[in-house]
Structure formats: C-alpha cells, structure tokens
Ligand binder design. Structure first.
Ligand code: 3HC
Length: 310
C-alpha cells in the first residue's frame, strides 16, 4: 500500500470515529502534533504544582492542608500519565523533560501568575481546574487512545480539584469583609488569564485546523472558552462575586454570555517567557531537577544491580 493509500485509510478511520492505538499506522504529522500537545500538557501539570505548592505550609487548617496536598500529588500523577502516554508515540521522556528545563517547550501560560493570597488556591481550583475540565472532557473523546484514556481518570480527579477550590472561594465570599475582599481580588487577577488557557483566538491558531481534522481537538479554542464562561459566570453570581469584565452580558438569543476583548499582547508575552513568574518557575524546576540528580543516580544503580542479579 502506498503512503497516499495509507493516509486515505487513516483518514477514513478517523472519519469513522476509530480510536488510533500506538502500533497503528499514523501520518508523521499526526504523531508530531500529538507529541507536541501531550508533552506540553504534561509539562503544564508539573509546573502547575509550583503555584499551589507555595501554600501547602501556609494552609489555614489541617483539612485545607491535606486537601491541597492531595491535589498537588494528583497533578504530579497527571504529569506522569501524560508523559507515559506521550512515550507511546516514540518520544523519550528524558528529552521531553530537557525541553521543559531548557525552555524550548511550552507549558500553560496560567502557571506564570503568582499566588499572592490563600484565596488564589481556591480560584485556581475553581477557575483553572474548571477550565482544564472543559478542555479535558473534550480530549477524553479524542482520536488517540492512550491520550483519551489518560483523560478519563484525570477528569475525575479534576472534578475534586474544582469542587475543593469552589468551596474555598464560597467560604471566603460568605465570610468577613476582609475575606470577601480577598476572594474578589483573587478572581480579579485570575479571570482573564484563565480565559487565555484555551489558547489564541481560532483565527490565530496555527495548529487547530489539523488537530480538528484528525479529531484530536473536537472543539475549537473559542468554543471551549465560551463554554467555560457560560458555566462559570453563574457560579460567580451564586457566591456574589463580580466577574472583572464590564462588557459581560447575557445574550438571550444566542444563549451565551458575551464577554470583553482578551489582552492577547499579554498572552503572547507570557507564552514567550515574559510573564510575571516565568523565570521563577523555570528556576525552581531546574533547581529541583538538579537537586534530584542523586535520587535518579541511586535508582539507576539499584536497577543495574538488580538486573545483574537476575
Ligand atoms: N499557554 C502556553 N502556550 C499556549 C497556550 C497557553 N495557554 N495556548 C496556546 N499556546 C501555544 C501553543 O502551544 C502553540 O504553540 P506551539 O505550536 O509552539 O506548541 C501556539 O500557542 C498556538 O496555539 P494553538 O491554538 O495553535 O495550539 P493548540 O492547537 O495546541 O491549542 C491548547 C492550545 C488549547 C492548549 C491545546 O494544546 C490543548 O488543548 N492542550 C492540551 C491541554 C493542555 O495542555 N492544558 C494545559 C493546562 S493543564 C492544566 O490545566 C492542569 C490542571 O490540572 C490545572
């Protein structure tokens, strides 16, 4: 069968809603797109632990500390699932980690913002994990088997993340004046960066057309962003918090919340490495990697010794 015929067969399978498995024939570009997207997703999970880890020692109660610890551990696990899923495409995990550490690979822009107050931990769970759920429930139906299956378990855990975050925010929003102010200040700082998580507008998205053709993306960046806004605005209203967007208004006819213009200059600045915390996040990641060298060496020495004995 010629390459052209194989491509036609592949596209017929995608059209029919088949799930593509690692050993199946796939166009090189499909493989490359998946490695790019999945590795950056895994990087995001890893770097995403840093803003939250910052508050584990400062959680206001033992219950909040245990919940935050569990969430951060979940994120590490999500990173491992998705790196493992990326390896099924022939990618080498060490190469992927090096790309993160040397700054050549991207991770989600959202994690380059600082967590200034405890309310930010609630907002991250509610908005950031809430956005992740919207994106990842779509990916749970994508055409690549290992990725879609990894998403099924991850989405279950994200739902816990979102619930615990919204509970923190609801408690603060119903608390003292100072707590209400803390919650509102937090949503003011995290609302727009959360909308940016879904990527640039469809018209500026170089990857979306191919990813949608091959059913890796089943919805576009703008469609998912709109879904997130429609889900989240009523949740903010339920706890008497104000979304920091003077242009927000409900369009009865369309059945959607219309929102203001996103600051795409800020988005691209953060993506290019000039966000508030980019340098700090990379330094902490590199320091952790360097400080963990002895652990990797010890594990490798042990494995080699075990192999000799067997
Ligand atoms: N942050 C950083 N880079 C981003 C970005 C963001 N929020 N949105 C887009 N980009 C980058 C893309 O990577 C691409 O650059 P590249 O070609 O060099 O990789 C460029 O901007 C153009 O964007 P596109 O829309 O063309 O890129 P995609 O089609 O890949 O769409 C995406 C971007 C929607 C993030 C898509 O990659 C995706 O759905 N990825 C899987 C989910 C994911 O990575 N989520 C990140 C958050 S993880 C998380 O939330 C953890 C949770 O536990 C809290």
């Amino acid at each position: 069968m010629s390459e052209e015929q194989k491509l036609q067969e592949f596209e017929k399978r995608i059209e029919a809603g088949d799930v593509i498995e690692p050993k199946d024939w796939m166009p090189e570009k499909y493989r490359k797109q998946l490695i790019r997207m999945m590795s950056q997703h895994a990087h995001s999970e890893y770097v995403g632990m840093l803003p939250e880890g910052n508050w584990i020692t400062r959680a206001p109660s033992l219950r909040r500390k245990m919940t935050l610890l569990a969430k951060v551990q979940d994120e590490a696990g999500h990173g491992l699932y998705i790196y493992s899923a990326t390896e099924t495409l022939g990618a080498d995990r060490h190469d992927l980690i090096q790309q993160l550490l040397n700054g050549t690979a991207k991770y989600s822009s959202i994690f380059n913002y600082p967590t200034l107050t405890w309310a930010d931990i609630g907002t991250i769970g509610w908005l950031v994990d809430g956005a992740a759920i919207v994106n990842q429930t779509m990916l749970a139906k994508c055409s690549y088997g290992p990725y879609s299956r990894a998403m099924i378990r991850i989405c279950k855990e994200e739902n816990f993340h979102k619930k615990q975050g919204y509970e923190i925010i609801a408690n603060l929003a119903n608390g003292t004046e100072a707590q209400k102010k803390m919650a509102q200040d937090s949503i003011n700082r995290w609302w727009w960066p959360s909308l940016m998580m879904f990527g640039p507008p469809d018209k500026d998205s170089p990857n979306s057309a191919e990813l949608m053709k091959w059913k890796v993306k089943l919805k576009s960046n703008d469609e998912l962003r709109q879904r997130f806004v429609d889900l989240t605005v009523p949740q903010a209203k339920a706890v008497n918090l104000t979304i920091p967007d003077p242009d927000l208004k409900f369009n009865e006819k369309a059945g959607h919340w219309e929102f203001g213009e996103i600051n795409w200059d800020e988005f691209w600045q953060v993506v290019k490495g000039y966000g508030p915390m980019n340098k700090e996040r990379m330094k902490v990641r590199n320091d952790a990697h360097d400080n963990g060298t002895w652990v990797r060496e010890a594990a490798l020495a042990y494995t080699k010794k075990r192999e000799k004995l067997n």
